[in-house]
Design a protein around this ligand. Structure first.
Ligand SMILES: Cc1ncc(C[n+]2csc(CCOP(=O)(O)OP(=O)(O)O)c2C)c(N)n1
Length: 692
């Protein structure tokens, strides 16, 4: 619905409650930085990528100046530097980051136009990404966290906070946009969608992104959403709309979409010559340049001509000072570029529960339980239950995890116990589930999203990858520790959708720890460590083990936690080392019956226990790796390479692997049994290696 009160009516005198001189200063410094990059720094190859904000700048600055609450956050994209300047980012930091120098947003790691700004005492900029549309769902997560802190934890500092996401007209076609729109409007979150419509996504007209090219008109009937629309190059209208939109979200605690039409005065990026635009179009865009319009609007009402000229000179001088500062910064030491993939003891400024003072309770690696054996489902549920009971920041969500208790029954009864704020069903969008979790983690919660089956993590691939790299690419300014639970692997049968493991894909995503427990006790220990940790964790729950008699163990106690990267020896012996994990562990144990073998359950793949494997192989001189995942580039290949590299001269037989063939999981149990390593085939392989 359009909001009548915010419809432009007549041209007003400049609103005196706005600090127009500050708007002018920020606008001119933004222009001066753009110009300096275009004329000097890009041609001199000191800046490698440049996305001019000219045309988008004024409205962004007006928006930024409205973000005044301590827990406001905005997530933008590569054209969002004016907003950052309005939030208080030092121009030298902005330019230094564009020049990939040490310090700044990322210590020279991330593309310089991708910003982040952790601000503990005012509005923050959440870590932006290069992927168009990826900014939406984490911002929705921040908005949901605001609601959680304000309503559930009764933290009054959050009562008026809002989340703002910035995107171009091209981004409204992305999965992330629709996912976040659904999340924000179904959950009624305090979130502003700020759409900067310049008519093009690089060269593609906005009519390709939404029918008729008008996302505001197309969303007019969307429930729980106020839609505002106007000219972002007109100072009066842009000021009224940005303020009105922010106030509406603050007051009504409901989402608003504000679409501002702005001209893109330069090419998409410095390299783009805009040949796809007619000269007439380019001229008409320049006729909409907000800078002269701002001057017209403010001179003489607010500033004199001389004031304006002075401000121009001051902005040029400030940009020059920023350049000198930025150029004096060194390039980071290349030896440091492998740091901050994971938490290394130095605390991130923002994200996760640790910066807010959380310290984990004492734990033990000794299982204290002497009760009845419980299955893995119950063990996971009990661990989640206990951690929720002692930590108000832990929240669970996913598809069907509420009243139904999850399709695998892991969360059964938890919504009843903890309520719908802490345990809730989500819309059917894995990008929404994981992206929202990222935003919640950035805001300081401990999100535990569930993906119903491992394969269905694929729609969330971008969010998973971006989550893992947050700490590295912001050089420890931000982190997004969360625990992503997902069941997978075969059960009674297979099929291409519910049965793949493909755990190696997560090992290949920097920044994620990966747990693959085979039994109830390890599941408790690893899940507890994950929930109390400071890094994102993939927690893989093997479907075949969830209620497997072999996997049943006594609950090891509420203080039981296991370190990642420490394998468990299931059997010990001297003639062969068998390395495995997940559902293959009991099969390997059985296959090694009567043989003097080390059977090693890795328990975690990132990190994995190299020392345990290598020292065992050096003793037994033979190594067999067994896994359910496909052979080619499966994690066994990594282990085999490490053994070949580091224990070659100790080997009496080739390092060997037994895995699924490179096929999707077949449905018929007969076909499945043929494809997945069986006890019998493991046994044959062991015998062949022993006889080698
Ligand atoms: C997921 C993804 N696909 C493609 C790209 C390449 N790309 C970068 S910007 C862009 C156009 C985006 O246009 P729009 O959202 O309208 O923003 P504008 O650049 O016009 O401000 C494209 C296709 C990308 N970065 N991410």
């Amino acid at each position: 619905m359009a909001h009548a009160a915010l419809k432009p009516d007549r041209r007003n005198a400049p609103d005196e409650s706005i600090d127009w001189k500050r708007v002018v200063r920020l606008m001119l410094i933004s222009r001066a930085l753009d110009e300096m990059e275009e004329k000097r720094l890009v041609p001199e190859k000191k800046v490698l990528y440049q996305f001019s904000a000219r045309g988008h700048d004024m409205a962004q600055i007006l928006l930024g100046l409205n973000l005044t609450e301590k827990h406001d956050a905005a997530c933008g994209y590569y054209r969002s530097r004016p907003l950052l300047l309005a939030l208080g980012v030092d121009p030298a930091d902005a330019l230094g980051s564009a020049m990939a120098r040490a310090g700044g947003y990322s210590d020279g790691r991330d593309i310089g136009v991708v910003f982040n700004y952790p601000n503990l005492n005012g509005p923050s900029a959440l870590p932006m990404c290069g992927g168009v549309g990826s900014q939406y769902t984490p911002t929705a997560g921040w908005a949901q966290a605001i609601t959680y802190f304000s309503k559930h934890l009764n933290d009054r500092d959050y009562d008026r906070a809002i989340a703002v996401v910035l995107g171009g007209d091209g981004s409204v076609a992305s999965n992330g946009f629709w996912s976040a729109l659904t999340v924000a409007t179904t959950q009624r979150l305090p979130m502003l969608f700020y759409i900067e419509d310049n008519g093009f996504g690089i060269s593609v007209p906005s009519t390709f992104q939404t029918p008729g090219g008008d996302i505001a008109a197309n969303l007019a009937a969307w429930k729980n959403l106020t839609v505002l629309d106007g000219d972002g190059s007109d100072p009066d209208e842009a000021a009224r709309l940005t303020r009105g939109a922010v106030e509406l979200v603050r007051e009504e605690r409901l989402p608003v979409l504000l679409r501002v039409k702005v001209p893109r005065l330069e090419g998409h990026s410095f390299q783009d010559t805009q040949t796809y635009k007619s000269e007439e179009l380019v001229r008409s865009e320049w006729a909409r340049d907000p800078l002269p319009r701002l001057k017209d609007y403010l001179v003489p009402a607010v500033l004199s001509d001389d004031d304006w000229e002075e401000a121009c000179e001051a902005a040029k001088a400030a940009a020059e000072r920023a350049r000198i500062d930025a150029e004096s910064r060194p390039v980071a030491d290349p030896a440091t570029v492998t740091s901050n993939v994971f938490f290394e003891g130095r605390m991130q400024t923002m994200g996760g529960q640790y910066p807010a003072g959380y310290r984990p309770p004492e734990t033990t690696e000794t299982a204290t339980g002497d009760g009845q054996r419980i299955n893995m489902v119950t063990a996971i549920r009990r661990t989640l239950d206990h951690e929720m009971s002692i930590n108000e920041r832990v929240v669970l969500f996913g598809e069907d995890i509420g009243p139904k208790g999850g399709v695998h029954a892991v969360t059964l009864g938890l919504q009843e116990k903890y309520g719908t704020t802490r345990v809730f069903d989500t819309s059917l969008s894995e990008e929404g589930i994981v992206g929202r979790a990222v935003g919640m983690a950035l805001a300081g919660l401990v999100p535990v999203p569930e993906i119903q089956f491992r394969k269905y993590a694929e729609p969330a691939s971008e969010q998973i990858n971006d989550c893992g790299t947050v700490r590295w690419r912001t050089n420890n300014r931000f982190a997004a520790p969360l625990v992503l639970r997902m069941p997978g692997g075969f059960f009674k049968c297979g099929d291409p959708w519910h049965s793949q493991t493909n755990e190696v894909a997560f090992v290949h995503q920097p920044g994620w720890k990966v747990a693959v427990p085979s039994n109830a006790e390890d599941a408790v220990g690893l899940l507890r460590a994950a929930l109390r940790g400071n890094d994102p964790v993939i927690f893989f729950e093997h479907r075949a083990m969830l209620d497997h008699p072999w996997a049943r163990r006594p609950y090891p106690g509420d203080a039981f936690a296991l370190p990642f990267g420490k394998a468990r020896f299931i059997r010990q012996g001297g003639d062969i080392t068998i390395v495995t994990w997940g559902a293959m562990v009991p099969r390997c144990e059985e296959a090694a019956e009567g043989i003097s073998a080390d059977v090693i359950d890795l328990r975690t793949l990132m990190p994995w226990d190299r020392d345990a494997v290598l020292s065992s192989v050096r003793r037994t001189r033979r190594c067999l790796i067994v896994h359910e995942d496909l052979g080619t580039a499966g994690f066994g290949a990594e282990i085999a390479a490490a053994v070949a590299d580091e224990a070659f001269i100790d080997l009496d037989a080739p390092v060997s692997r037994l895995t699924m063939p490179d096929i999707p999981s077949p449905h018929n149990p007969v076909l499945l049994d043929w494809a997945v390593p069986s006890t019998e085939r493991i046994r044959q392989k062991i015998t062949a290696l022993l006889e080698y």
